[in-house]
Design a protein around this ligand. Sequence first.
Ligand code: MMA
Length: 209
Amino acid sequence: MMQEKPPQGKAVCWTLRLWSVAVISMLLLSVCFIASCKVTYQFMMDTPNRRLSKLHTYHSNLTCFSEGTMVSDKVWSCCPKDWKPFGSHCYFISTDLEASWNKSKEKCSHMGAHLVVIHSQEEQDFITGILKTDAGYFIGLLDAGDRQWQWIDQTPYKKSATFWHKGEPSNDYEKCVIINHRKSIGWGWNDIDCSDKENSVCQMKKIYL
Ligand code: MMA
């Protein structure tokens, strides 16, 4: 006659099973944790390099600057040769061929950049400091319809950080924006026809090494 296992044996069996599940779960979690650390590390190490090699297809020369005052927090930031560094960005004044807003936008993106986006008085002053007073320069600001101004990089348009000339924006059909200099008034923005041919300013993030 078969003898039934004592209930104690059953309990031991269940405890063993539970422990196995716990250990396997812990092992799986550890593997996931190590894998995610590895992916994060590779992403952090790789991002500047990937950007660098992508930018290398447009720009054969970079100029790098050492930033930071302490030896411990010194980093190198780079801009393509002939681009001007300011804050965390590089700027390029495109004057070779005056072009429509769309063409100007394309020219910037062919250099891994976008039309300039201006968010502060300091940035506005830096940019106007490197422009000629007798020309107009497209910036990355566009009327998306009904005078809804939109920056090309999708950052919010803040009215408090705009530099319109007095009386501008002026005409509903003028949907693109230039920076220009008005005699005895100074620098400011003017909305114009997007098909007008103008110079432009491109901007990209600095490359940190
Ligand atoms: C031009 C054109 C407009 C601007 C006015 C200002 C005549 O139109 O640049 O965009 O508002 O000048 O006088």
